[in-house]
Design a protein around this ligand. Structure first.
Ligand code: ADP
Length: 539
């Protein structure tokens, strides 16, 4: 018994990112990170050395290992190094959305209490606008101390800090309960909230994906999502335990992504559906560019059925995996696996089954009671990859976490085999004439029309119906001899697929893309504002 107790004590605490990083030393001569912007390539040995030196520097910038260090930067090797240095146990990383206005950044920095911010040259001009508000903030510029970098306003260049740190080693392993990430999210539905993710949460979320990513030979992941989003950071972490390569593009550029897949012989990508459309639609795209691909992970937003069919046709031999999840779960909560995709059929409309170790229940929105089989309910999730709390928001935390369950605010229903079908975000659900209309269902019907690229369905106030279903549709630019689909045509198409009360009463049909967040999700809030202001061109 005594022996057993000692053994248990010895393994406890292993779910920390520091341990995962230490284990990566065994891949030392493999390529770890490739930054295509400057064609910089680092082996695991070099990468881990940079991470360790950075972790030492962070000890000076954030004296308490639970202080958060903010980052405002485009994707790049510096970002990955900084992320890993913080999560090794040196500090908490607070990755900022690069699209935020200076006033929003000030609010977040104040809320987070971050003593330091790391910025790249592209965002350094914002700093002067933060200084008067936050005189104590230390500003570090992510730059290589080249002649151009020295002109960027800064307190200190990162390269100068790193130069004085030879023979650095990773800090002691952090406790599982320590905070690792403070990520402000919720941009698509309202005010940003700081999600606190523990060491345990992010490490578990990464291990959870090993059965998906650890396939066959050496893996190369191409990262092109913004690095402040959970989808990006969690994805390149998946490749750490297997010594995979992370190849980085600084931002989204469909043509460059397609070319990079070919040139770097990429085996895996992760993307939101809008990005996949742009990649496949790019004039230079040819399916043979994707011959090295073994895995495509998509998620973050609902995929139009026509896009999924197209993707599966273009890369028939590639494992296609859908993830449904959110920042509050450190990423992934359910998975529609490659095997599910191969079986196909109606399940392609589903977000799959709970990922390894995730419990999922459907509950009545107001009573919290389990919903009867086959009915729509709010999705409640439970797992150790769940957030600890919303930072500084006890009331919001209490509303979102009930008895250890996270209430997602998404609605869904199960089929007889336990596959989950998303109905909507609860906040996006439309109530028209007393009937609930789930916008995702209507969007799916509209986007199955061949001329439609994307659609967003929203409720607009209506004196008779309470709310009226309104669709904003982006159509595929027609060849010269064809015309854009008309409202009557889309009405007829949709009416054949869903009940009449769900069919939009008004249509905005446009060629320009729908407004999306930096993470590629449609901003319905923006569409509602446009409609209310009468700036859309409703037909
Ligand atoms: P936000 O979009 O609120 O800023 P997140 O980036 O954490 O925050 O997004 C999480 C939300 O994205 C989920 O609650 C869900 O509504 C949506 N989502 C995530 N994955 C999928 C998916 N595979 N299909 C449809 N919607 C998804």
């Amino acid at each position: 018994m005594a022996t057993l107790r000692r053994r248990v004590a010895a393994v406890m605490g292993e779910l920390n990112f520091g341990r995962m990083l230490r284990r990566a030393y065994r891949f030392s001569d493999r390529e770890a990170v490739v930054d295509l912007a400057g064609d910089q390539r680092y082996s695991y040995e070099e990468h881990l050395d940079r991470v360790a030196r950075l972790a030492t520097v962070l000890g000076e910038l954030a004296p308490n290992d639970q202080d958060s260090v903010a980052v405002l930067a485009n994707a790049g090797h510096h970002y990955v190094e900084l992320w890993r240095a913080c999560c090794s146990g040196a500090a908490v990383i607070n990755p900022l959305n690069t699209r935020l206005a200076p006033v929003e950044i000030v609010a977040i920095l104040r809320d987070a209490g971050s003593p330091a911010i790391v910025v790249d040259a592209a965002h350094a001009d914002i700093i002067d606008r933060l200084r008067p508000e936050l005189p104590e903030l230390r500003v570090v510029v992510l730059a290589d101390a080249g002649p151009d970098d020295r002109h960027v306003p800064h307190d200190v260049l990162l390269s100068e800090l790193l130069a004085v740190n030879d023979n650095a080693s990773l800090p002691d392993e952090p406790a599982e309960d320590n905070a690792a990430v403070l990520m402000y999210t919720g941009g698509t539905t309202g005010r940003a909230k700081g999600v606190v993710l523990s060491q345990r949460a992010i490490t578990l979320a990464c291990y959870r994906m090993q059965p998906v990513v650890a396939v066959g030979g050496p893996q190369s992941f191409l990262s092109f999502m913004p690095m402040f989003h959970v989808g990006a950071s969690s994805s390149w972490s998946f490749y750490l335990p297997i010594g995979g390569r992370t190849v980085i593009l600084p931002g989204f550029d469909a043509g460059r992504i397609n070319a990079a897949v070919l040139e770097e012989q990429i085996t895996a990508i992760g993307a939101v559906p809008t990005m996949i459309t742009l990649m496949l639609d790019h004039p230079d795209f040819e399916p043979k560019m994707f011959e090295s691909l073994e895995l495509v992970i998509y998620g973050g937003a609902a995929i139009p059925p026509s896009l999924l069919t197209r993707l599966m046709d273009v890369v028939p031999d590639v494992a296609i995996h859908q993830a449904y999840g959110m920042t509050e779960m450190s990423g992934i909560a359910t998975a529609l696996t490659a095997a599910d995709h191969r079986i196909g059929g109606p399940r392609l409309q589903s977000v799959g089954r709970p990922a390894l170790g995730v419990e999922l229940e459907l509950r009545h929105r107001s009573t919290g009671a389990p919903t009867p089989a086959g009915e729509v309910g709010e999705i409640w999730l439970k797992s150790d990859s769940m957030m600890t709390n919303y930072w500084n928001l006890p009331a919001e935390t209490e509303a979102a976490v009930v008895d250890g369950w996270y209430r997602t605010g998404d609605a869904g229903r199960f089929d007889g085999d336990g596959y989950l079908y998303l109905a909507d975000r609860v906040k996006d659900m439309i109530v028209t004439g007393g009937e609930n209309v789930y916008s995702l269902e209507v969007e799916r019907a509209i986007t199955s029309h061949p001329s439609v690229i994307d659609a967003a369905v929203i409720g607009v106030p209506d004196a008779v119906w309470g709310e009226r279903v309104h669709a904003v549709v982006q159509y595929r630019p027609p060849p010269p001899h064809a015309t854009a689909p008309t409202a009557a045509e889309l009405d007829g198409h949709t009416r054949a697929l869903i009940a009449a009360y769900k069919v939009p009463k008004n249509w905005t049909i446009r060629s320009e893309p729908l407004p999306v967040s930096a993470a590629g999700k449609v901003l319905k809030r923006r569409l509602r504002e446009e409609l209310a202001a009468g700036t859309d061109e409703a037909r």
